[in-house]
Structures are given as C-alpha cells and as structure tokens.
Write a protein that binds this ligand. Structure first.
Ligand code: FES
Ligand code: FES
Length: 212
C-alpha cells in the first residue's frame, strides 16, 4: 500500500510533467505558426521526362500520379484509369524498360525517365507487332484494358528474355522458359473484365513464338 510520502511524490511528478507538456505544446504551436500558410506554401514541383521519345516538362502538384500527369496534363489518354489502386493493370506503362502501374507512382519521382505509353508503341497503319497480334487474335472486346495489356505483354517477353523469374519459374538456376504458364502468371496483374484472356494469350504466343 502506498505511503503518504510516495503519494505526495507522485503528485509532484505529475504536476512537473504536466507543466513540461504545456511548454512543449506551446513550442510546437508557435513553430507551426512560423510555417508559411496558404498561398505561401509550395505544393508544386517541376519535373521533366521523356514520353514516347519527346522531352516533356511539367509543373505538377506533388501529389499527381504519373497516370494523371500522362492523362490530364499531357492528354495522352491511351493509358487507362481502372481502379486507381494498383489492382487492375489498366494504367500499365513502360518506364526505363520496365512495366509499372502508373497509378501507383508520383510523377515527380520520374525526372529524367524514359516513359513509353500505348501511343508510343505504334500508330494506325504502323502498329507494333503486339498491337497487330491483338487485332488479329481478337485480344479484346471493349478495349478498356487493352493498352495496359499490350504494354505488359511487351514487357513480359523482355522479362523472360532477361531471365527474370516469376512465381511459377521452377528452375531458378536455368534460363527462364517462354511457356504459356509463365506468361499467364506474369500477366495476372492485368485484369480484363471482358474475359479476353485466351485470345490475349494467343496474341502473345504469336509474338513470343511459343505454343499455347
Ligand atoms: Fe492502375 Fe488499376 S488503374 S492498376
Ligand atoms: Fe474489355 Fe478487357 S477488353 S476489359
């Protein structure tokens, strides 16, 4: 059971610590007041990168995703916004040779990068072989997921060529094999609500040169 002196000590310590809290809080409040407010605060940053071979310079809100920078600032609307949460792959673009979900990354993180969107792969009359294969094999219905599917497909073939293993690669010591199972696994982040998966696989197999 506590003695009177122990209780008295506790009370005194409590008062001291309360006073210290007031001092710290007061300091924090005055330092917050010293921050610039409203129009004085800087929320934008200049960023320059190359998109489809062309240097582009932007001043963007720091929170702007690469996807929004492409669509809203550069008006490259081929790249689609599906979920905006990294779960559908509709926003896939190729950055410095690697596919990424452009909705999951900030534009200001890509200064100096080389970005390729569906517009940079080919044009009507001069399609990229993967675009032509998607057309030939009916690898789409509504087409909304298609730009992301095509960017991913091209990057997938490069990943396999570079011996980058996937979750289904059985032999991690040998060269990665170009098989339907590998491609299915690697394309699993690209969702097609129309269910054109088998035709997409046919298109990739034609370009990649493997049997389905
Ligand atoms: Fe980026 Fe769905 S919009 S993954
Ligand atoms: Fe419609 Fe894939 S073609 S979502």
């Amino acid at each position: 059971m506590s003695t009177y002196n122990q209780l008295e000590l506790s009370r005194r310590e409590l008062l001291i610590s309360s006073a210290a809290t007031v001092v710290v809080t007061g300091t924090a409040a005055s330092s917050a007041a010293a921050q610039p407010a409203g129009d004085d605060m800087k929320f934008t940053t200049p960023v320059a990168f190359t998109v489809n071979g062309e240097r582009r310079e932007l001043e963007v809100d720091n929170r702007t995703t690469l996807l929004d920078a492409l669509r809203e600032h550069l008006h490259l609307t081929g790249t689609k916004k599906g979920c905006d949460h990294g779960q559908c792959g509709a926003c896939t673009v190729i950055v410095d040779g690697h596919r990424i979900n452009s909705c999951l990354t900030l534009a200001v993180m890509h200064g100096g990068d080389e970005i390729t969107t569906i517009e940079g792969l080919g044009q009507p009359g001069n399609l990229h072989p993967m675009q032509a294969a998607f057309v030939k094999h009916d690898g789409f219905q509504c087409g909304y997921c298609t730009p992301g599917q095509i960017c991913s497909s091209i990057a997938v073939l490069e990943e396999i060529k570079a011996d980058i293993p996937s979750h289904v690669t059985a032999d991690l010591t040998g060269p990665a094999k170009l098989t339907a199972a590998e491609v299915r696994e690697r394309m699993s982040g690209n969702i097609c609500r129309c269910g054109a998966y088998s035709n997409i696989l046919d298109a990739i197999s034609e370009v990649g040169g493997f049997e389905v």
